[in-house]
Write a protein that binds this ligand. Structure first.
Ligand code: BGC
Length: 256
């Protein structure tokens, strides 16, 4: 058990990569705070029932990470339940496919609000608490290969992930004196609901797989395994890094 008795917050943990990380962390002995979007896919009752599967002292909290008040309320709940926070996984994320010429301010702000502002607020509130505790901590961002690789029709998404990359690099310096490790995981094409349309379309799916040297989509559990390492003491000297979990996608630059 790599995370015995650590308190770990996972944002956007009701599905996909977030859910896999919450499940893995519980198996590693952590107390997991399972954050999900209010009015989202799971309601409070379902969340309470489901959360038992994450571990004996898991806590489900509805909070919209794009709203500071929501995040503050969530953290107040975490502190009153567990008394501390050791690990924060900034996983909540959305994407909207739209040609740049047609993107509306509202769509732009929603994507930036959840992916970039949300990661900032959650990290700031958690880091302040970690500094107060005085014994370090781990901040992990679930970024994307698109923190680096362009993705036409997803400009807000790429801007948000590129922003997360720079935020992570800055924080790795600013928070090092407090022994808070800050790292990114950049997943490639993972079989999760965010990719459902592609997964359901045999041609799109085949094309996507054709771009991946490993020849298949990734599994959420494969991202969770790297998160478990980065959240553990084994990674105490790892900070300011991006870990690609993409089956080689990032290296696949072919000109012809
Ligand atoms: C996006 C997916 C995309 C993948 C690889 C992820 O960040 O959310 O939609 O399939 O990157 O391009």
């Amino acid at each position: 058990m790599r995370l015995k008795d650590k308190v770990a917050l996972v944002t956007g943990a009701s599905s996909g990569i977030g859910k896999a990380i919450a499940t893995r962390f519980a198996a590693e002995g952590a107390h997991v705070v399972v954050n999900y979007r209010p009015g989202g896919k799971i309601d409070t009752d379902a969340a309470q029932a489901e959360v038992a599967a994450f571990g004996p002292r898991a806590l489900a909290v509805a909070a919209d990470v794009s709203k500071r008040d929501d995040v503050q309320r969530m953290m107040d709940q975490v502190i009153s339940e567990f008394g501390r926070i050791d690990i924060a996984i900034n996983n909540a994320g959305i994407e909207i496919k739209k040609p740049f010429l047609e993107v509306g301010d509202d769509e732009w702000n929603r994507v930036i609000g959840v992916n970039l502002f949300g990661s900032y607020v959650v990290s700031q509130i958690c880091a302040r608490q970690m500094v107060k505790q005085g014994d370090g901590g781990k901040l992990i961002f679930i970024s994307s290969v698109h923190e680096d690789i362009p993705f036409p029709d997803y400009t807000a998404y790429c801007a948000s992930k590129g922003g997360v990359r720079m935020m992570m690099r800055n924080l790795s310096i600013e928070l090092a004196p407090y022994r808070i490790n800050v790292n990114n995981i950049a997943p490639g094409a993972i079989a999760t609901p965010i990719n459902q349309a592609v997964l359901d379309d045999p041609t799109a799916s085949k094309n996507a797989i054709g771009e991946i040297p490993w020849g298949r989509f990734g599994r959420p559990e494969e991202v969770a395994a790297v998160a478990a390492f980065l959240a553990s003491e084994d990674a105490d000297y790892v900070t300011g890094s991006t870990y690609y979990v993409d089956g080689g996608l990032t290296q696949q630059v072919t000109l012809y």
